[in-house]
Design a protein around this ligand. Sequence first.
Ligand SMILES: [Zn+2]
Length: 236
Amino acid sequence: MSHPLEPIYALQKKDRRLIKVLRELKDIPQRKSDIEAQLSGSKQKLETAIKSRKHTETTLKELELEVESLKERVVKYKTQQMEAKTNDQYRAFVKEIGVVEDEIKALEDKEIRLMEDLEQGRKIIEECEARLNTEREGIADELAELDERAAELTEVAEQMKTDRARSAEGCDRALLQKYARILKNKRDFAIVLIEEGGHCGGCHMKLPPQVVHDARNPTKIVSCNFCGRIVYNPSI
Ligand SMILES: [Zn+2]
């Protein structure tokens, strides 16, 4: 007689393939968001570069206003200097004008540095934008491939489920329930073969001779005393 475990053992092979497909399918959304996360790094860099440029522009504008007001002050001092009544007053204005002009010179030097920064910032922004665009194109392909893969896997899984249901019809009900319970618990195999030397194919512990003996008997369903998986010995 054929062993009642035979159809369930065949079913387990199908289930293992189905589980693998479902697992890959389940991982796809995470893989997609991992890919999208690469982009967020470049987006961040671009935003930082834009913010930094805006800050430089604001500082530059403030400096320009400051220089303008200092220049007005120089004009005012020069007018007052012309109206000086004494030599001391005249010299005091010369001194004041000198101080303000030094200040203007320092600010103008600062302006030049800021303008250089702006130029540098513009290059960085261009580089970031180019990189982001390239990355966007790159991930668009990757994301599309994953979507295709998901569609393919969904279809395959549906076919496998139908096939599996058909195979399950040929299995003993009670045994099928026991199998499902163990598989849910162990997550890899519910039915294992006995390895050479009488070891369990699941946990590899040495089985008692009685279990090894009974596993050959089609009228008996035996389990490993250690891991609880059903042991099957179809070759003998
Ligand atoms: Zn075991």
